[in-house]
Design a protein around this ligand. Structure first.
Ligand SMILES: NC(=O)c1ccc[n+]([C@@H]2O[C@H](COP(=O)([O-])OP(=O)(O)OC[C@H]3O[C@@H](n4cnc5c(N)ncnc54)[C@H](OP(=O)(O)O)[C@@H]3O)[C@@H](O)[C@H]2O)c1
Length: 260
């Protein structure tokens, strides 16, 4: 990994915060961003997983800091952002990827608690992160690049639960609003429209509703689900200077799900 930094990896010299880094897409992004030369600050609630991942990255020559916390808690998010700046001197980018989904029940039978949790983790989590990250990026005066994880459920009624669909649509709205407000201060904000990806979240949903596997696979034009690193690759590019004129975008990484 040291090689990647010396040779000028995609994210060389940058400090990147990754939420939802304890598994799935976030863990893949943490490894990839570090391989591409970034110092990574890892946030999620499962502390032992984060520490193991940070140790793995540091042992292979990268730079990683485990900073456990809950994205729904403003103080936790502020603490992680401040820790990033204190440890590595700046915060240049973030992948706001923590999310929560559950298998579906019809809207009228869905508990209010499910509605609140879906909005809390998927939307308020991104809100908390944006507020805190943009504050330090403005203070530094050097701009930044933020990527928020939305979903195909952020642009279509995919059959996921109504609260999840509503929350992911809102993530795209928040992304556009932030890109608009801070475009002239050098802060780019984009969203990923993620299709079905083999992670714990999908495994949990499929455990409850196995027939969904075929639907998840068939909606992709490639007739397969993504591996987490394929989503992480798009996030790395959007966070890098090579995406310098891309902002306010909802970028599909969905095997063509939303194309046909
Ligand atoms: N997999 C898919 O097919 C798919 C499709 C479209 C969009 N997405 C989106 O992709 C993102 C990543 O999900 P994944 O598929 O990689 O699933 P995953 O493996 O279940 O990862 C979810 C991550 O979010 C973290 N998280 C959940 N609640 C949190 C909280 N309150 N505070 C901090 N971290 C929290 C989890 O860590 P802890 O439990 O340790 O906190 C975990 O690291 C999510 O936003 C999801 O909605 C996934």
């Amino acid at each position: 990994m040291r090689d990647a930094e010396e040779k000028g990896g995609l994210l060389s010299g940058k400090t990147m915060m990754v939420t939802g880094a304890s598994s799935g897409i976030g863990a893949a992004a943490a490894r990839l961003f570090a391989e591409e030369g970034a110092a990574v600050v890892l946030m999620a609630r499962r502390e032992s997983r984060l520490r193991e991942l940070a140790e793995e990255i540091n042992a292979s020559g990268g730079k990683a800091l485990a900073s456990p916390g809950d994205v729904t808690d403003r103080d936790d998010v502020d603490r992680v952002v401040n820790e990033a700046v204190r440890t590595y001197g700046s915060l240049n980018g973030a992948f706001n990827n923590a999310g929560w989904a559950t298998a579906g029940t019809p809207l009228h039978q869905t508990d209010d608690a499910v509605f609140l949790q879906a909005l809390d983790v998927n939307l308020r989590g991104v809100w908390n992160c944006l507020k805190s990250q943009i504050t330090v990026m403005l203070e530094s005066g050097t701009g930044g690049a933020i990527v928020n994880t939305a979903s195909v459920a952020g642009v279509l009624a995919t059959g996921a639960t109504a609260p999840y669909i509503a929350a992911k649509h809102a993530v795209i709205g928040l992304t556009r609003a932030a890109a608009d407000e801070y475009g002239q201060q050098g802060i780019r904000v984009n969203a990923l429209v993620v299709g079905s990806t083999r992670t714990e979240m999908i495994a949990n949903v499929l455990e409850e509703m196995p027939p969904l596997e075929e639907a998840f696979t068939n909606r992709s034009l490639q007739r397969r689900m993504a591996e987490p690193v394929e989503v992480a690759q798009a996030a790395a590019w959007l966070c890098s200077d090579r995406a310098s004129f891309v902002t306010g975008a909802a970028v599909p990484v969905d095997g063509g799900w939303t194309a046909a």
